[in-house]
Ligand binder design. Sequence first.
Ligand SMILES: [Zn+2]
Ligand SMILES: [Zn+2]
Length: 248
Amino acid sequence: MRNFNMTALLALCAQLCLGQAQNKALSIPDLDDYKTLKCDFHMHTVFSDGLVWPTVRVDEAYAEGLDAISLTEHIEYHPHKEDIKADHNRSYDLIRQYAADKGIILIKGSEITRNMAPGHHNAIFLQDSNPLEATDYMDAFKAAKSQGAFIFWNHPGWEAQQPEETRWWEVHTQLYEGGYMQGIEVANGRSYFPEAQQWCMDKKLTMIGTSDIHQPIQTDIDFSKGERTAVPPYHHGTFGRTGGKRRD
Ligand SMILES: [Zn+2]
Ligand SMILES: [Zn+2]
């Protein structure tokens, strides 16, 4: 009995010493000549309207075995601004080293937040998020594009913006034809948008799946029930995870 307890204690100690255990259960095969990465390019922290400190997103990603993440704070919506005063790069800067230490690829991103149309878009692979703060949304898109960003339309069928139908607007044609749209969220949180999947196939845009997580991940996902921020089978573009309930 004493030996058993010692073994259990050592196991606990090893886990504590190594930090959070990593879940390797989410296995997606590599394709010919390509390495598959599991990514989530839509997340929020207290630096916009999320409810966690940025390091928590790294811990969550590590625990789930994700390879790459992007904190995509709203440029225009900062409900905690009385308590958190920082520029648009700050949440990224805070976890740069922490993510590297955990082996998580960190990509700088931001959410360009407007009413429909054009709605919400994420720009990732940014160099500097601050120039995206602009009155005219086209100036924000231009600032992102000038940095070589990859831009995708978020939650196109979000009921708060498109309650009747998931509609493609004229402005989306302009964004698409102008090179300001490279992908669309086919899955956001628990929502799936079949119209977006068809648009992606028709226009050769990347299908994206994201969590759009605002709370601590375990608030939205019950891991004890086997739920996970899983990769839906309909993705064959950028892989992501799903799970959040809120989208904004
Ligand atoms: Zn949004
Ligand atoms: Zn969002």
